[in-house]
Design a protein around this ligand. Structure first.
Ligand SMILES: NC(=O)c1ccc[n+]([C@@H]2O[C@H](COP(=O)([O-])OP(=O)(O)OC[C@H]3O[C@@H](n4cnc5c(N)ncnc54)[C@H](OP(=O)(O)O)[C@@H]3O)[C@@H](O)[C@H]2O)c1
Length: 242
């Protein structure tokens, strides 16, 4: 039975895919949630006999999330698990336009994916693992945009700012508990992913800034960022690195 369990949202591409790839092993149980499956990771997992499970989920269908997380945590025996980690990574930078040009659907999708989903998954994770002896952690992937306002990015910036505040509040709720859930945000910095490409190719004033970042080599590769996140996680939770 795996001693370490990771539940990662948005693991089909970018940072989430890089995290999943690094964690592929027989000893680590990985649940990867996204709408589409990353066939290359699935193949690699098969070759390495890794304990990797893809779960097709549209995280904007927020009414399903509680049941999805419950099904995941009920699918293994917690008594043998030493660490269990939820990484809320999935997000969208869309809509990239002034707020009056955003449709109600675009606004709701952004909030559901970037904020409601991580909140619901956090709540359910803490509730469902309440009596576990395992070290429990939640990493909410944040962004510099949660601190710096930008025109045409009001939904992304404000959802990340709210996620930062949510995380601080829950961390306070946990810090007096006997076996607290370690809850924190990590800002991965600018990375060479599909999200960056979308920002570069969108028609708004910051697209030239994002193009310049790519041209000047300022985008980190998601694999390097994923490695640092796992190191940071082990440092913050005092867990051994296998
Ligand atoms: N890239 C950057 O420069 C940068 C900078 C700062 C912070 N971040 C943060 O880092 C995290 C990862 O970003 P990234 O650049 O790796 O993004 P990305 O390459 O665009 O990947 C986004 C992931 O989210 C999933 N996703 C999107 N909509 C979904 C939905 N409705 N339901 C379920 N999954 C969904 C996608 O999978 P499917 O399409 O298969 O569903 C994909 O796996 C995000 O939280 C982002 O805000 C990124």
């Amino acid at each position: 039975m795996s001693k370490h369990v990771y539940i990662i949202t948005g693991a089909s591409s970018g940072l989430g895919a890089a995290l999943s790839r690094l964690l592929l092993s027989e000893e680590i149980l990985v649940f990867s949630l996204s709408r589409t499956e990353n066939k290359e990771i699935q193949q690699l997992a098969h070759e390495l006999k890794a304990n990797y499970h893809f779960i097709a989920a549209d995280l904007t269908q927020v009414e399903r999330l509680d049941a999805t997380l419950r099904e995941i945590v009920e699918s293994f025996d917690p008594s043998t698990v030493e660490t269990v980690t939820l990484i809320n990574n999935a997000a969208t930078v869309n809509p990239i336009k002034p707020i009056q040009a955003c449709s109600p659907d675009e606004i709701m999708t952004s909030i559901q994916l970037n904020l409601t989903a991580p909140i619901l998954l956090t709540s359910c994770f803490i509730k469902e693992t309440a009596n576990w002896a395992a070290k429990r952690s939640i990493v909410n992937i944040s962004s510099g945009s949660g601190q710096y306002p930008a025109r045409s990015m009001s939904m992304y910036c404000s959802s990340k700012a709210a996620l930062n505040m949510f995380t601080k509040c829950v961390a306070m709720e946990q810090n007096k508990k006997a076996n607290p859930v370690h809850v924190f945000t990590i800002d991965p910095g600018m990375m060479n992913t599909g999200m960056q490409q979308l920002a570069r190719e969108s028609d708004f004033e910051l697209s030239t800034y994002f193009m310049k970042q790519k041209e000047e080599g300022n985008l980190a590769e998601p694999e390097a960022v994923a490695q640092n996140i796992l190191l940071e996680l082990s440092r913050l939770t005092n867990r051994p690195i296998d």
